[in-house]
Design a protein. Structure first.
Length: 255
């Protein structure tokens, strides 16, 4: 892998994302609005009475609200990954013929969206910290892990769908299902969401190291499967395998 080519791919996609200002703004603002709405929603009278009668009990909705805020960056980064990978499918063969390797193309795109995740992680961390009492270090760590997992989600979904609409719907579905069944270790988001709950004072079963290893392991698996599916879908082949007189279109269509 050539570092210069990898950075060139990352820079190219960063510029492309920067041109989609409205889409980027929506990707970031939509989760923010959903979280703020969840925080500002009127408290259920029965819940308020229960908490008043039992001062030692915690709000049963606190964990769900915190999860809503923490998963926002995951949705944003996963969708951005989808846009980056699908949007470049038309030029993959041209880049390969120009000397780029498939691994460099995919790694450069992942580097771009990880950069986006590093930008929005402090934004969501500060927002949640400003609205509720949390351990800011654990909160930032959990959101950063969710951002890493989001890249894996985006890569594998981009490899399996045909267009951006299908991909966005798939990301909404996958994220929603994992929010509904939080607490299952077989879910990719388990370690990060357990750490997120611990940041809010909820009983969590995952230690920081366990959560990090769980998130990184699932990310590696998702990216690996997605990379194989992506390479087969766009039919990437090394330049040396193209015979003299054979067109790229013929090779990519299998003729």
């Amino acid at each position: 892998m050539n570092l210069r080519r990898l950075l060139a791919v990352a820079t190219m996609h960063a510029r492309d994302l920067s041109r989609r200002r409205v889409a980027l703004a929506l990707l970031i603002l939509l989760p923010v609005v959903l979280y703020v709405a969840a925080e500002m929603a009127p408290e259920d009278p029965a819940t308020a009475q229960f908490l008043a009668d039992n001062p030692g009990e915690r709000d049963p909705n606190a964990g769900w609200i915190l999860t809503t805020g923490g998963i926002g960056p995951l949705w944003s980064v996963a969708t951005a990954t989808l846009f980056v990978v699908l949007g470049a499918r038309r030029i993959d063969l041209r880049l390969l013929l120009a000397g780029f390797r498939g691994l460099e193309l995919l790694a450069g795109r992942m580097l771009t969206v990880l950069g986006l995740g590093l930008v929005i992680t402090p934004l969501f961390t500060t927002l949640i910290w400003a609205m509720r009492d949390v351990d800011v270090v654990l909160l930032a760590m959990s959101i950063l892990l969710l951002v890493v997992i989001a890249v894996g989600h985006g890569v594998i979904i981009a490899a399996l769908v045909r267009d951006e609409m299908e991909g966005v719907l798939a990301i909404i579905g996958v994220t929603g299902v994992q929010m509904m069944i939080v607490g299952q270790p077989w879910l990719p988001m388990w370690g990060a969401t357990e750490l997120l709950l611990r940041a809010g004072g909820e009983p969590g079963t995952a230690e920081p190291l366990t959560a990090a290893l769980h998130a990184l392991g699932y990310t590696a698996a998702l990216v690996g499967i997605g990379a194989v599916a992506w390479a087969r879908k766009v039919r990437l082949r090394p330049v040396a395998h193209l015979r003299v007189g054979e067109s790229v279109g013929a090779r990519s269509s299998g003729r």
